[in-house]
Design a protein around this ligand. Structure first.
Ligand code: ATP
Length: 364
């Protein structure tokens, strides 16, 4: 499998782009390691498919290069790039058996029949298709057909990378969960370079060891699921990852603290040093998991803010309280064992998990 280098990559669908707004992809410079499982995650229109199509060779970038293991493939056609691709909808032959469908990409390349048989059985076993190998694909359901498509993408062991474009969209929710886990297991075992496009954060976080978060044609963060959760590099990542996402509020900085609607939130020296060098609108970010609310006769102090509790939603394993002071609204995640009394409380911020953003970028 290959390492993928994206060098100064940009793409516009306009023949004569005038500004950044005319670019579907803006200046990308990344290295995706050999054997990595990368998820491309972002909202509709952020440029995921454009990037995937440039990597697969279906689209020529307006600027920049794509390298596989140091070799420039920018001008190579898809069939010359040696990649496997799995799409949203099954791409299989209805008249063939499941075995023949899985064997096709190998037979097509003249692989030794003994090796074809070994590999087909190995992949079928991993995807729970062994019992169906002799059946014609025509009679199978949509889920099974898409599982065969996944198998066809995984069956070759000589490809540079396997590209998945929202492959579980048509799959039933329960099976989706099973297949996501299986793909992860297969990746751990075979270590192919995988690039997986999705707009579903759960899918990205369970599948990938590195998540590439895209927003407005740019990569705003490339990191492990834990990094995205604990240290979102951009306010969009904070908001997009998590359920619910990060609380992000405009604030002023003064006298060693952040001020929101006249209320003081203590900051560390680290925050203050970093923010003194930053420019642009400042926002404070804190995840609902890292806020604490006390409703048991606590009094407002240096490290707390009195808030009204607008609503409490019980989601089974935890509750989400929506709290408000002035115009600011913050969500707080509450464990099932904590009781909420009354309609007000003291909100406490853990300094370690309080983040500051300048112009949407993480500062501290
Ligand atoms: P989705 O999740 O909806 O598929 P995406 O993240 O894959 O979205 P792209 O399909 O890559 O996003 O689109 C990025 C931008 O490029 C969007 O603004 C889209 O409207 C534009 N775009 C995509 N394809 C074309 C095209 N063939 N011609 C013109 N503009 C295009």
């Amino acid at each position: 499998m290959a390492r993928i280098d994206l060098k100064n990559l940009a793409h516009s669908y306009f023949p004569d782009p005038k500004s950044d707004e005319d670019y579907a992809l803006r200046r990308m410079e990344h290295v995706w390691e050999d054997g990595g499982a990368y998820a491309l995650l972002g909202p509709s229109g952020c440029g995921k498919t454009t990037l995937l199509n440039i990597i697969s060779g279906l689209l020529a970038p307006s600027e920049g290069q794509v390298l596989f293991d140091g070799k420039d493939v920018t001008n190579l056609a898809p069939e010359e790039r040696n990649i496997a691709q799995v799409f949203q909808f099954p791409v299989i032959y209805d008249t063939m058996t499941v075995y023949e469908n899985l064997a096709f990409p190998l037979r097509n390349r003249g692989v030794d029949p003994k090796r074809v048989d070994e590999r087909v059985r190995e992949i079928a076993e991993m995807l729970d298709l062994t019992g169906k190998l002799k059946q014609k694909a025509r009679g199978l359901g949509a889920d099974e057909k898409q599982t065969i498509s996944l198998g066809r993408g995984l069956v070759r062991d000589d490809v540079s990378a396997i590209l998945f474009d929202e492959p579980l969209t048509v799959i039933d929710p329960h099976l989706k969960w099973v297949l996501r886990r299986k793909l992860k297991e297969i990746h751990n075992k075979l270590r192919p370079t995988m690039v997986y496009v999705t707009h579903d954060q759960v899918e990205a976080l369970t599948f990938a060891d590195k998540v590439v978060v895209m927003y407005g044609g740019k990569v705003v963060q490339l990191g492990t699921p834990q990094e995205l959760f604990e240290n979102p590099a951009h306010t969009f990542v904070g908001y997009f990852i998590g359920s619910p996402g990060m609380n992000i509020l405009p604030c002023n900085i003064d006298a060693g603290a952040a001020w929101i609607d006249g209320k003081r939130i203590a900051l560390s020296d680290h925050h203050m040093n970093a923010i003194s060098k930053a420019s642009g609108p400042i926002e404070l970010g804190i995840r609902p998991e890292f806020l604490r609310i006390d409703t048991d006769n606590s009094t407002e102090g240096d490290d707390g803010i009195e808030v009204n509790i607008i609503k409490v939603e019980d989601l089974g394993q935890y509750k989400i309280a929506t709290t408000r002071f002035g115009n600011a609204e913050l969500k707080v995640k509450i464990g099932e064992d904590q009781q909420i009394h009354g309609q007000s409380g003291i909100l406490r911020f853990a300094p370690k998990w309080t983040k500051l953003y300048a112009d949407s970028q993480l500062v501290a």
